[in-house]
Design a protein around this ligand. Sequence first.
Ligand code: NAD
Length: 298
Amino acid sequence: MANVAFIGLGTMGLAMARNIIEGGHRVVGYDMSGDAVADHVSNGGIAAKSSSEAADGAEFVITMLPNGEIVKSVLFDAAGVVETINSSSLVIDMSTIHPSDTDEIRNALSLKNISMIDAPVGRTSQHARTGNLLIMAGGDGADIEKARPVLQCMGDTVLDCGGPGTGSRMKIINNLMSTVLNVLSAEVLTLAETTGLDRNLAIDVMNGTTAGMGHLSTTYPAKVLKDDLSPDFMIDLAKKDLGIAIAMSEQLGVPLALAGEAMSVYSDAHADGRGTQDWTAIYAMLREKYSSLMAAAK
Ligand code: NAD
């Protein structure tokens, strides 16, 4: 049994703390909302009146908070975690925050000889309740292994993302994909209905093509990830289809926020002499353009 402090008992944190309790650990919880702390106690947790009280004697101090400023405040301000934390304990920040904040927090903690892993989560509050989160961990490998039994109470998948700050970065990359796809999904379905299509049928169609199945599991492994840019579907044909969709949306008066931006990238690819390459060559073009930045990041 480990002594765990859990700070931030909101939509995600309350359920995650409950799963750690059910995993047989002692969990002292703190939240600025008294109701949240009361819910934690009714789940079998222990109440603290401040972050410093929660962290006192804890082997693991978990934070699950709205943003980086709040994580910093909970750790470093008056009545914060660093007032009581033992240098042998491990801070685990599971919040989604800017990776620069993650780096800043790690550096500030290391000046006090306190280790930290960043371990934000993928999936939803439903998965938080069932203990099936996907956890993206960044930090020293030994610290991730030390935390793994506690992390596994909250998630069915715990990935070591490859070093300090990589969990935080992986989470933002993942959410870039999912947040932009959310807008694209909404726009596409709005256009489908505006042009008189049956929405459920449109969803069935897209779930059976690259549109719904996603490029990362279909066209990318088949083509650009193998450095094969011979055209299964040409850039210029994709550009033509995107142009028709934009023209159709203009006729119907349905604005598309993302399509125009995508068209400018297809136009760049055409101007770059890639018109007859496979449409996944968009990625090859961007990699070529930013190759020195990628090399510097290695
Ligand atoms: P939430 O707003 O429901 O919970 C945040 C909790 O932090 C609240 O209970 C709030 O009272 C508490 N809090 C705020 N400031 C505090 C302070 N100074 N001291 C103590 N407690 C404080 O948010 P959430 O949905 O649980 O999200 C938490 C984090 O998890 C966010 O970074 C979010 O981006 C991330 N996340 C959320 C989801 C989701 O589906 N909700 C999924 C993955 C990741």
